[in-house]
Ligand binder design. Structure first.
Ligand code: AMP
Ligand code: MG
Length: 343
């Protein structure tokens, strides 16, 4: 459905086509599948973050994802499947290693890059001969893929370059008026995007860290590398060069609570309204503006909501550095990008 809106403050009437965005909590699978089968896009929950899905076989539907998000065309999408066997629908020459990984980590927050199958248009892979595949473990996501009868190409359901969404309201805040439907499945359990592992490189290589860590993968793979190059200079996938996860106000990294307090006080002296996203309770900050993201899995689940809450109420965000291993390293990857202050 479309509506015309009068944009105030302009000398002439400006009419813009605005879509009504519906949110359905519990159910809505059939309605969502109808939209997707007709070539549209729908936002849906996964255990990592909310995705914006379209029929992965339909080039025009996939173009709609890029339009709705304002996503650069050279940033490839992940294909979501509902069962391991469906990998043959999207990829060609699937190696045994994929099935070993699937046995241990699928469904779950692991994306595997394989050789692209013929049915997947280049619009999904940003022109590359490889394709990224994931089987989510969220029941709504799986039911939706099944009801559509096709794999869903889906990036995170945020406006391009903004922080990823972990609730239906986050999606609404970014894409209201740009997509027809959001399936509300509550808060995402994991909270950061999937680990992306390439099996098309000579040695299996982690392109993006996530909840499935290098240590966990090496148990199955033996040798595994983590891509450590500078995001722009040495990106093995075009999408990796883009800055993601950026809040809409200045965000900086603090080494510890003392450093954070210094940054907080100097921001205040400049007339800014600071907030500290801390890793646990920090007594030094009693009475000041603090959002506690916690640590480990809790930090992963909370970091994006913390950044979004912070940018709404404050204008200077200080994030505490996490120094642990495992999933904290993956959360730090997102925090580095959020606080990089570069294009
Ligand atoms: P998003 O779902 O928004 O987090 O974006 C998907 C990300 O998956 C991209 O930005 C890439 O980093 C990665 N990706 C998708 N397809 C490929 C591919 N064929 N090769 C390497 N990385 C990929
Ligand atoms: Mg994204």
């Amino acid at each position: 459905m479309h509506a015309c809106k009068y944009v105030a403050g302009h000398s002439a009437y400006i009419f813009c086509l605005t879509m009504i965005t519906e949110i359905i909590k519990g159910g809505g699978i059939e309605r969502a599948a109808q939209i997707i089968k007709a070539g549209g896009v729908v936002a849906f929950p996964t255990e990592t973050v909310y995705g914006l899905g379209a029929n992965a076989f339909d080039e025009r539907a996939v173009a709609e994802i890029y339009r709705a998000k304002g996503r650069p065309q050279d940033n490839p999408l992940i294909c979501h499947i509902a069962s391991v066997e469906e990998v043959s629908e999207v990829a060609a020459e699937v190696p045994d290693l994929f099935f070993s990984l699937a046995g241990k980590f699928m469904p779950g927050p692991l994306t595997v890059v394989l050789k692209k199958g013929n049915k997947i248009p280049y619009a999904v892979t940003a022109g590359m001969d490889s394709v990224a595949v994931r089987m989510p473990d969220n029941p709504t996501a799986r039911a939706l893929i099944k009801a559509c009868g096709c794999p869903l190409a889906a990036p995170s359901a945020n406006a391009s370059k903004h922080v990823s969404p972990t609730t239906a309201m986050h999606v609404y805040d970014d894409l209201n008026g740009r997509i027809p439907l959001i399936l509300d499945g509550g808060e995402c359990r994991v909270g950061i995007e999937s680990t992306v592992l390439s099996l098309v490189t000579p040695v299996p290589t982690i392109l993006r860290p996530g909840a499935v860590t290098e240590e966990m993968l090496s148990e199955v793979l033996g040798e595994v590398k983590t891509h450590t190059g500078r995001i722009i200079a040495a990106a093995p996938a075009p999408g990796m060069k883009y800055k993601h996860y950026a809040p809409r106000c200045r965000a900086v990294l603090a080494q510890d609570a003392k450093d954070a307090l210094n940054l907080y006080r100097s921001a205040e002296s400049e007339g800014l309204k600071p907030v500290f996203i801390s890793a646990g309770r920090m007594p030094e900050f009693d009475g000041l503006n603090v959002i506690n993201m916690g640590r480990d899995e809790e930090a992963a689940a909370r970091i994006y909501a913390a950044l979004r809450d912070a940018e709404k109420a404050y204008d200077y965000i200080i994030v505490q550095k996490l120094d642990g291993g495992g999933v904290e390293k993956s959360v730090m990857n997102r925090i580095f990008k959020a606080t990089a202050n570069e294009e």
